[in-house]
Design a protein around this ligand. Structure first.
Ligand code: SF4
Length: 438
């Protein structure tokens, strides 16, 4: 039987889709197929940004015809959008052909929900307010070789005023360190070459005392595992980003010199309204500390423009932060209100034209940093972990430690291998070059 999963949102969701695929394969849906040929279609939704939510709604509508034409087709919708207050009901009313609605806290229940739906005509809805168990026994069907993701925490305690995550994914819970280390170790033995530890705020790992050690200790222990592989982690919250962590990154060659540290804004007034619990100066202090310890560390960030009441002066502080922190690249967003968050109720919405103008100016500044960073690799050799073959460009590609994507030709298939790329040209975040005969 065939399955098709549509994933919206971040890496956290991509990894959850791997878990969903693991459940489906156990259930006998053993082949991934195009949407039209699937016996079950699962939408793994995201509600963090309005765009992802709108896409999901649009694409779900298009399934109506398929559902009518294909007897026995099951349609399931999961992910954090379903956890949003009132959303499951709305989905049910708007798309009555949905068979199963499930939340982020009950992936392991999906198999039983499919059985239940097969036995009844009515749609099956199962939502849980909080995770019942931190560990589940799902074996993900991993699709990111040579990379693999490993959850270390679920949920978040921070309540940034614009963010819906703590409401839909619940409070932060940590997986046990010994279980995480065992998982990383097995992945390395299976041949995975880049492991990314995932959490909404990895730095507060073990805040519930359930992990058994701090995040720097956990990272250090993972880096001790034998074998040639890289370790990454995301996301770091600036308020909890410590010298201890930076020292572990510096000490261990396996941990990439690449940190993603979302700043969100450069204005203290906006940071306070966002409830980020740090100031511009504290953020820059962390950056200086990082640069002192690891001068060549690639620092990336997330930035929001058009937060309620943001003035031109506030925005200019964000622009100047980008220059000062010398980000290697940044994800930039226009603020979008999320229902149920504090920011949604704030007065002083920034009009669309102003927000668009600001994001264009911000992107221009970010691109300048990106260009500088990429050009610094030209004429040098950088180690690439080959990930894939680009059919359009007819060449192999993979990332270096800093996260730059390198492209090269090779007579031999080097996917899953570390290769030295001699960089001859850079464009945006991409590097182009040659490798010696492999
Ligand atoms: S740290 Fe803030 S932005 Fe990140 S998930 Fe938690 S509440 Fe959302």
């Amino acid at each position: 039987m065939n399955y098709h999963i549509v994933t919206y949102g971040c890496q956290m969701n991509v990894h959850e889709s791997e878990k969903i695929a693991g459940v489906l394969r156990e259930k006998g849906y053993d082949t991934q197929s195009p949407l039209e040929e699937a016996d079950i279609i699962v939408f793994n939704t995201c509600c963090i940004r309005e765009n992802a939510e709108n896409h999901a709604f649009g694409n779900l509508g298009a399934l109506k015809k398929l559902k009518r034409e294909k007897k026995g087709l099951l349609i399931a919708v999961g992910g954090c959008m379903v956890q949003e207050a009132g959303k499951a009901q709305l989905l049910k009313e708007k798309f009555p052909f949905i068979d199963i609605l499930f939340g982020t806290h009950n992936l392991s229940e999906l198999s039983a929900l499919i059985d239940k739906k097969r036995a009844q005509k009515k749609a099956v809805i199962s939502l849980k307010e909080a995770r019942e168990a931190v560990e589940d026994d799902i074996k993900p069907f991993r699709t990111g070789y040579p990379g693999a993701w490993v959850n270390i925490t679920y949920g978040c305690n921070n309540f940034c005023s614009y963010c819906i995550v703590p409401y839909v994914r619940g409070r932060e819970v940590s997986r046990r360190a010994d279980t995480i280390i065992k998982e990383v170790s097995s992945l390395v033995q299976e041949g995975f070459k880049e492991i990314t530890l995932l959490g909404q705020n990895v730095n507060s790992y073990n805040s519930d005392g359930q992990g058994g050690m701090s995040f720097p200790e956990l990272l250090d222990a993972c880096a001790e595992i034998e074998g040639k592989f890289r370790l990454r982690f995301m996301t770091s919250h600036p308020k909890d980003f410590s010298k201890e962590l930076v020292r572990v990154v510096k000490k261990r060659d396996k941990i990439c010199n690449a940190i993603h540290l979302p700043a969100q804004s450069g204005s203290d007034r906006i940071l306070a309204l966002m409830n980020r619990k740090y100031t511009r100066e504290t953020y820059l202090d962390r950056v200086r500390m990082l640069r002192e310890e690891i001068p060549n560390c690639a620092l990336t960030t997330d930035l929001i423009v058009g937060f309620p009441t943001e003035t031109e002066a506030d925005f200019e502080e964000t622009l100047s932060l980008v220059k000062e922190a010398e980000f290697a690249s940044a994800f930039t967003f226009i603020y979008s209100p999320r229902q149920g968050t504090k920011a949604e109720k704030m007065a002083g919405r920034v009009d669309e034209a102003t927000a668009k103008d600001r994001i264009m100016r911000l992107i221009e500044q970010v691109n300048e940093n990106t260009r500088k960073c990429s050009e610094s690799f030209v004429g040098k050799t950088t180690e690439i972990l080959c990930e894939d073959f680009d059919e359009k460009k007819k060449c192999y590609l993979g990332r270096n430690e800093a996260g730059r994507m390198g492209y090269f030709e090779s007579a031999k298939n080097p996917i899953g291998e570390f290769v030295p790329l001699h960089v001859t040209r850079a464009n945006g975040v991409s590097l182009f070059g040659t490798v010696e005969e492999l």
